[in-house]
Design a protein around this ligand. Sequence first.
Ligand code: GFB
Length: 316
Amino acid sequence: MEIASLSRSARIWVTGHRGLVGSAVVRRLQADGFSNILTVTRAELDLRDQAAVSKWVRTNLPQYVVHVAGKVGGILANSRAPADFLYDNLLLHATVLRAAYEHRVEKLLYLGSSCIYPRECPQPIREESLLAGPLEKSNYGYAIAKIAGLLSCQAYREQYGCNFISAMPTNLYGPHDNFDLETSHVVPALIRKFHEAKQRGEQTVTIWGTGTPYREFLHVDDLADACLFLLEHYDAAEPINVGTGEDVMIRELAEIVREIVFPDAELRFDTSKPDGTPRKRLDVSRLQALGWKHRRGLRDGLRQTYEWYRAQSSPC
Ligand code: GFB
């Protein structure tokens, strides 16, 4: 979707530009001819340091901020480190939103996540369900920090008139994801597990949990497209869901990845690992009513991601 009115020379800061989402947003901005994309590495700027962030924003004066930096991880990483996920993500949004207010950023987009909705809520999940019930235990640290970020955007809008908007993306996957088997999310983990089993001549691939939860998956290039669509068309205080509106059982996901990567593999389920939320399919009708819809289906997206992973992991 062509971004019409954002000037191609506007100074747009993409935080977390090396990560799964940040790198996709930068790719998309570059493809659309934006010539003033601002990025800064973690080594150059610790986003948890308010004084340093305010100084960097004062020096670089971004007009727009796509704030997608975060401490993220899969179900095991989150369940093992709630304090760290809470601390880092709280600071990451507190500093950037404050500096954006101080230096009159014209518009800021902040990303939450579908995993911050209550563990048990009506499916598909509408934006109104936020805070309507107890959180999922496996990632409450991350969830509380992200909820605080969403509410901070609303508070800056209310108190200072800042045009800070927030989106709630579903589970994401794609190139430049984290493929570490302990800390990653399910899609990169399965791609790597099937790939390495095939390479090693191992017949069995272990899937965590029972395989019965459902998950919705959006390719990160579609998310990047949605981010820029929202930057262009959305100015409301309420968070807005971003997803495909379709989910798949984890067992079925594993069977699709097996078909793509290693059809002869056998599945084994390690029920000592957590299942997490039983289901968290998003109601994406509000975003679709605004005129946005995802383009890449799951099989196509998984195939594209595997091709990228295989190219990255093959010896040069
Ligand atoms: O992707 P995932 O780690 O995160 O797990 P969540 C999704 C489902 O896949 C769970 C199962 O039921 C896992 O048990 N699964 C099966 C696996 N095999 C694997 C595997 O090898 N690795 C992983 N990681 N999962 C996250 C939150 O929840 O959602 C984060 O913890 C984040 O905060 C993310 O917000 C979007 O979907 O359960």
